[in-house]
Design a protein around this ligand. Sequence first.
Ligand SMILES: [Zn+2]
Length: 193
Amino acid sequence: MPIQIPADLTIVTLRSSGRELTQRWTDAYARSVLQGASDLLHARADIEFRLGTCERVVEEMPSGAQADTIDDAGYHYLAAAHGAGNGIRALLVDRVSRAELGGQARQQTRVCLITYGADLGATSRMFAHELGHLLALPHVDGARRSGPGQEREIAAWMRNLMYSGALNPAAELTAAQVRLARSSALARRFGGR
Ligand SMILES: [Zn+2]
């Protein structure tokens, strides 16, 4: 039996100076991207993310945060305003100030941010990568050094779902990563060990 984790989706449109900013996520596309991410993690780690709720909200960023994109202050504001329910929550936003906001806070809040991408496969992999972080997986290339001598490791890292750079369609997970994900605090809430 796969571990089944509920995923609540919140499409967040920003409002600034009284008008709503661009939001390219649609409900149908959000569901397709979640399905793609879930299929990938099901195939690699026997962990599924099932759609819970899907809602749309309009938010104005607080003072101290950038108004027209999501920055770290914006992430913390949204994660507090739209906390996770039983499983995880993905905040689907049109754009972010930089990749991977929230850092270490993501694992505690079980809230991740997914920025819009027009390519379904690439956006699903990015979502699966963020779900990997919620499942306690760090970047596979965290121990990267500069200089020669790591060519073989780097080639393997680049095929891994938890690579810090652009994600390869292979999106591999090692046996050790699968064990770690299935025994993470998030997975244990839903029967993992
Ligand atoms: Zn990452």
